[in-house]
Design a protein around this ligand. Structure first.
Ligand code: 5RP
Length: 221
């Protein structure tokens, strides 16, 4: 099975997982990325079974609307039943690195607003220690140099994601070569850097469940 097929199969498993949890009043939180795109396409098949969605990016909002699915502003949504999103890395404690697509801040906000966070990944995303992939950090543009120096002092090698602005108008520094042995401590330390809006470690609030699609099928933990 190709990685793309695994992503599609994980997304279909996520749909099967959330469907019994939904009512006609439910709001579904929807993440960003290629795995989530498969989930959006699958969600369209049950659009009569929930009320509306909240999206973590303009790209996901547009895809949902193309399917005729209502997208609400987060502040207009009373309660989000479940949030479904992919990840760049997942460890056994369901802690994540996210933000490969640059939507980490809105993803963390929608995830924090949901009663349950379902993370959907292909097998390649499962790691023992977070940090094999670069850690995205969203930074206010004028603080780029200041934040980069502080990230270096934490042991990382930040690289500016050039020609990219987040939906919030900020830049991304991708921090290479961080072995994140203590995700919660690292998340907090990076949040404390002046000029940092948000970082892609999701540990203070990890996923509630991770659905993994691999060569031997679907598993969840
Ligand atoms: C976007 C994200 C994505 O969930 C993450 O990058 C995984 O993407 P994909 O499903 O395309 O592999 O955090 O900001």
């Amino acid at each position: 099975m190709t990685q793309e097929q695994q992503k599609r199969s994980a997304a279909q498993a996520a749909l099967a997982y959330i469907e019994p949890r939904l009512s006609r009043k439910s709001i579904v939180g929807v993440g960003t990325g290629s795995t989530t795109n498969h989930f959006i396409d699958a969600l369209a098949t049950i659009r009569h079974k929930f009320d509306a969605t909240v999206a973590s990016s303009q790209a996901s909002a547009a895809r949902l609307q193309e399917h005729g699915i209502a997208v609400l502003d987060l502040n207009a949504a009373a309660e989000i039943t479940v949030y479904v999103d992919g990840a760049d890395e997942v460890n056994a404690a369901r802690e994540l690195i996210k933000g490969g697509g640059g939507a980490l801040t809105r993803e963390k906000i929608v995830a924090a607003s949901a009663a349950e966070f379902v993370c959907v990944v292909d097998e390649s995303k499962v790691v023992d220690v977070l940090g094999k992939c670069p850690l995205p950090v969203e930074v206010i543009p004028m603080a780029r140099g200041l934040a980069a120096r502080a990230l270096r002092s934490l042991g990382g090698h930040p690289a500016w994601r050039e020609n990219f602005l987040t939906d919030n108008g900020n830049i991304i520094l991708d921090v290479h070569e961080l072995m994140i042995e203590e995700p919660q401590a690292m998340e907090e330390a990076i949040n404390n850097i002046v000029g940092v809006v948000c970082n892609g470690v999701f540990a203070a609030q990890a996923a509630s469940v991770v659905i993994v699609a691999g060569a031997s099928g679907i598993r969840q933990f």
